[in-house]
Design a protein around this ligand. Structure first.
Ligand SMILES: Nc1ncnc2c1ncn2[C@@H]1O[C@H](COP(=O)(O)OP(=O)(O)OP(=O)(O)O)[C@@H](O)[C@H]1O
Ligand SMILES: [Mg+2]
Length: 540
């Protein structure tokens, strides 16, 4: 064991074990945990969990640098390395060393057989840019921030090094906590990450479990008690288990924040801080997202200290370029009939998987019900549904049994559902970051997709950010949207530099051209999508 475990309880600052079993914990709330796990306004949430005074503990050394670069990688001439980085739009900040040259081919990873065979099974041709550049850093034990487009393989960028990190630690014994901890903002995302973790870690006998609210605690607790190497958790359930002593993080040396900007925003940050205090300070910390607003940077640095940052693509807010983005400036009252028309158009030949994002849970229900009434295969997901229902809805959507998913932002981040061809923003999201994540549910990996967005005068303050995102991705910007930037207040929640004066020229170089039927329909006028189809259906 790495720790001085002669008195594990003494590791905690208050002289007790810091866990108070069933006492005193959130007992002001009938039903306790298992309800809402994502955000909590409850100032007492997790208050029974004592921060560990790590300075009072002798921590034994642990190894976190396992990287042994392949000679091809190490000896690759600098201009060649730079050419690769340029072609993939890789920016690296913090260190420039041949040791961290990108791993351009899987064979150049020097990966152990249990990892190499798994990659082979997946059938991927090349590492994605974030994997190529992220792996050398993560495997060297460095703290890092990895920012790369939606759908670009960030999960594997942190799971693969996690598996190797774990393999190089003493075995997990019953009662030990996990070696790797991945924090994620939603239950569905935690489960999805666990699937990837079990694909990779399972090869060499590593056990993983997803712990998240809404599901019974018993089975999750039993998995934890048996001992697991990787835990993927939403913060609320993790704090619950930490407080009860169901899990401890004394052996945790590899910590991932997936969707890190979301995890560090106001909703989650206090919980993340509580969890961080349970983990030894010399842990390796890795943060990942497709968006990295300035506002979270300072906070992130609190947890990272020395770190290397990798950005793939623009340093500003940017969408995946495999997604056609179409924005319809319209009136609130027109949205329903526009949605009807749009679905008719995209479903004319064969309906493809489509996600419709809506602002409120109530509206999600009413839109989904309306669609079902007129025969669309629609299902819905939001935070007020039982976890059982959320699970089977998502399962059916993944399998293609239901082709339309109406959702709140609970489905905006990280979900990787094969063959989602369309995303429709019925309501524009509250933050421009969420726009990037929502539309990123299509165009995964090497696929492409289309995002439609209804944009009303109520969203005007976000016009400038949106125009910047469209321009960066070389998408068309309509005159109406362009005009709205004049009244745009410079961003919603997150202000960004670079696009302050709203002087974006209208781009006409949309790489998908006017050839797109929808695009053409859209551009004709703002009531768009062409003629009302004869099979026009109503649900309002
Ligand atoms: N090297 C690769 N080549 C091709 N596809 C890959 C590769 N690595 C991962 N993928 C696939 O790409 C898809 C997207 O991966 P993943 O969910 O990790 O993206 P992400 O970057 O985390 O996206 P998001 O920002 O939306 O969370 C997955 O289906 C995954 O299996
Ligand atoms: Mg992801």
């Amino acid at each position: 064991m790495k720790y001085n475990t002669s008195n594990q309880q003494g590791m905690y600052s208050n002289g007790s074990n810091g866990y108070n079993g069933n006492n005193g914990y959130r007992n002001n709330k009938p039903g306790g945990f298992g309800g809402r796990i994502n955000k909590t306004d409850d100032a007492n949430f997790g208050s029974a969990l004592q921060a560990v005074a790590w300075e009072n503990h002798t921590l034994s050394d642990f190894k976190k640098d396992f990287y042994c670069p392949h000679t091809n990688v190490l000896n690759r001439p600098y201009p060649e390395v730079e050419r690769y980085r340029e072609s993939k739009d890789i920016m690296i900040k913090g260190i420039a060393d041949a040791f961290l040259n990108p791993i351009q081919f899987f064979e150049e990873g020097n990966f152990p057989e249990y990892v190499a065979s798994c990659i082979k099974k997946m059938g991927f041709d090349f590492p994605t840019a974030i994997q190529a550049q992220g792996w050398p850093i993560a495997l060297s034990g460095k703290n890092m921030v990895g920012i790369a487009q939606t759908g670009s393989g960030k999960t594997l960028a942190y799971i693969l090094p996690a598996v190797i990190h774990i393999r190089n630690q003493p075995r997990v014994q019953r009662g030990d906590g996990p070696i790797a901890l991945v924090l994620a903002p939603t239950r569905e995302l935690a489960q999805q990450i666990q699937t990837v973790a079990s694909q990779f870690g399972g090869q060499c006998g590593q056990r993983s479990v997803a712990i998240f609210g809404g599901a019974p605690k018993g089975p999750q607790a039993r998995d934890l008690e048996r001992g697991v190497e990787i835990v993927i958790a939403t913060p609320g359930r993790l704090i619950d288990f930490l407080t009860r002593g169901t899990i401890n993080l004394r052996r945790c040396t590899y910590l991932v924040l997936d969707e890190a900007d979301r995890m560090l925003d106001m909703g989650f940050e206090p919980q993340i801080r509580k969890i961080m205090h349970q983990i030894r300070p010399d842990r390796q910390v890795l943060m990942w997202s497709a968006t990295w607003p300035k506002e979270v940077k300072a906070l992130a640095e609190d947890f990272l200290q020395d770190y290397v940052q990798v950005n793939i693509g623009s340093l500003e807010l940017a969408a995946n370029h495999n997604i056609i983005q179409i924005v319809d400036v319209c009136e609130e009252g027109d949205k329903q009939s526009k949605l009807n028309t749009l679905l008719e158009e995209i479903g004319t030949q064969k309906l493809e998987k489509t996600i419709i994002f809506v602002e409120t849970k109530k509206k999600v229900e009413s839109i989904a019900n309306g669609l079902k009434r007129v025969g669309w295969p629609a299902v819905c997901i939001h935070g007020d549904k039982s976890q059982n229902e959320r699970d089977y809805v998502l399962r059916d959507f993944r399998r293609g049994k239901s082709l339309i998913l109406v959702a709140t932002d609970v489905a905006a981040r990280g979900l990787d559902v094969e063959d989602v061809m369309y995303v429709i923003n019925y309501d524009f999201p509250n933050s421009s970051e969420d726009y990037i994540h929502r539309i990123g549910r299509t165009g995964r990996s090497t696929a492409s997709g289309t995002a439609y967005t209804f944009f009303t005068s109520a969203n005007q303050k976000q016009a400038r950010d949106l125009v910047a995102v469209l321009a960066e991705a070389k998408q068309s910007v309509s005159n109406e949207l362009q005009a709205m930037t004049r009244f745009s207040g410079g961003g919603s929640g997150y202000a960004r530099g670079g696009f302050r004066n709203g002087k974006f020229n209208k781009r006409t170089d949309n790489k998908f051209g006017g050839g797109s039927r929808f695009n053409a329909g859209f551009q004709r006028n703002s009531t768009m999508y062409g003629q009302k189809p004869s099979t026009f259906r109503r649900f309002d």
